[in-house]
Ligand binder design. Structure first.
Ligand SMILES: [Zn+2]
Ligand SMILES: [Zn+2]
Length: 238
């Protein structure tokens, strides 16, 4: 956190040093990213992502969309618009926040974006089938996504029973766990642990972690088997 001198923010363990929450999903012929955070540009540079076919969005909060302008680099090399998959609520905000990308007469060099509307039905990006999962972020509906045996959920504090059914059977789940103290729109560490146990997913990683949670190593040691904190650069083969 900017200007913070807490033990997490001043830690020398790289796993305590986090950018905003996002994942990259790659198959044999398709590469996509979930959300374009304010750190999107640096995340793509850091992971040396040479090719990106699409961005799919969970919800329109600024920490999940703000980096969208930087798809310009991919536009430049591919000479194609970036494929964006988002529900109507998120599209409305994207159009409002990046109006210059949707203007009738565009200034040269603005990001080129093609909007694809998703709802709750399965959709396919390249060769990757994706099942949206509705989760609640206080009153905001947010989309989690299931990719085969892997499920990614961020920015939730409640999941309806019917949607839990869509997560069951996953081999790996990524779930948000903000901190130990309760929060109005994010799962706490204990709440996230309880969901993983209830759904009996054998391996879970927690994301969207606040510096208030505590140091990576300390918290990781408190977690039950099969549950770990995620960290920047974590790479999983499913
Ligand atoms: Zn949010
Ligand atoms: Zn967020």
């Amino acid at each position: 956190m900017i200007a913070c001198a807490c033990p997490v923010c001043t830690s020398t363990n790289k796993k305590d040093n986090r950018l905003r929450s996002s994942i990259l999903v790659q198959s044999a012929n398709t590469t996509l990213v979930v959300d374009s955070t304010p750190d999107f540009r640096y995340q793509m540079l850091r992971a040396k992502v040479k090719r990106l076919d699409a961005i799919i969005f969970t919800h329109p909060h600024k920490d999940h969309i703000a980096g969208l302008d930087d798809v310009r680099a991919y536009n430049f090399f591919t000479r194609r618009p970036m494929e964006i998959f988002a529900n109507e609520m998120t599209q409305e905000v994207i159009i409002r926040e990046f109006p210059y990308a949707f203007a009738d007469t565009k200034y040269p060099g603005v990001p080129e974006i093609r909007l694809n509307t998703i709802a709750f039905d399965e959709f396919i990006v390249g060769d990757i089938p994706i099942q949206p999962i509705l989760v609640w972020h206080m009153k905001m509906p947010v989309l989690g996504f299931r990719f085969g045996d892997f499920t990614y959920i961020t920015d939730a504090n409640r999941i309806d029973e019917a949607e839990k059914q869509k997560i069951r059977g996953s081999k790996v789940v990524v779930l948000n766990a903000l901190r130990k103290e309760s929060h109005i729109s994010h799962f706490t560490l204990d709440e996230a642990v309880a969901i993983v146990k209830e759904l009996q997913v054998p391996q879970a990683y927690f994301t969207h972690i606040s510096h208030q949670l505590g140091k990576h190593e300390d918290i990781n040691n408190e977690l039950p088997p099969g549950i770990e904190l995620a960290y920047d650069g974590l790479f999983l083969t499913i």
